[in-house]
Design a protein. Structure first.
Length: 144
């Protein structure tokens, strides 16, 4: 960890208990992921099971006229959701991966050369999604 005087704070978030170390020496109320709100920058935060850890490893001063933009196309199509809507969407995706693609196919937004290829593609897409979900078995926010 960088050398700053730190204070400890505890919080419950996302179904986990977290220990955060922050410094008043850097008066930014910010931190990694969704963690913020302390009276200084969070330098290190981890859950009590130690399965998730974030640690600041460096600081860099950038020129005041330097900007970094998020340029992925998906950022331009972002929408505001309530937490309940987001949570339901995540649970639905975990329960039935590939549903969004199936809905697009049903609405005619995705075309295939023939019915056999469409069915094969949908089966493979769902199998791949289930495989990825099986690998992602330690989500930072525990879902009920």
């Amino acid at each position: 960890m960088l050398i700053y005087s730190v204070q400890k704070a505890n919080a419950e978030f996302g179904g986990r208990i977290w220990n955060a170390w922050f410094t008043n020496d850097i008066p930014f109320s910010d931190g990694p992921y969704k963690f913020s709100g302390l009276p200084g920058l969070i330098l290190k935060i981890s859950d009590v099971t130690n399965s998730h850890n974030f640690e600041l490893i460096g600081l860099e001063k950038i020129e005041s006229n330097a900007y970094k933009l998020l340029c992925q196309k998906s950022y331009f199509q972002a929408m505001n959701l309530s937490f309940d809507s987001y949570f339901k969407s995540v649970l639905a995706d975990r329960k039935e991966p590939g549903l969004l693609l199936k809905q697009k196919v049903f609405r005619g937004e995705v075309d295939f050369k023939d019915e056999e290829y469409k069915q094969k593609y949908l089966r493979e897409n769902e199998a791949n999604a289930r495989e990825e979900l099986a690998k992602d078995n330690n989500q930072i926010e525990i879902l009920m």
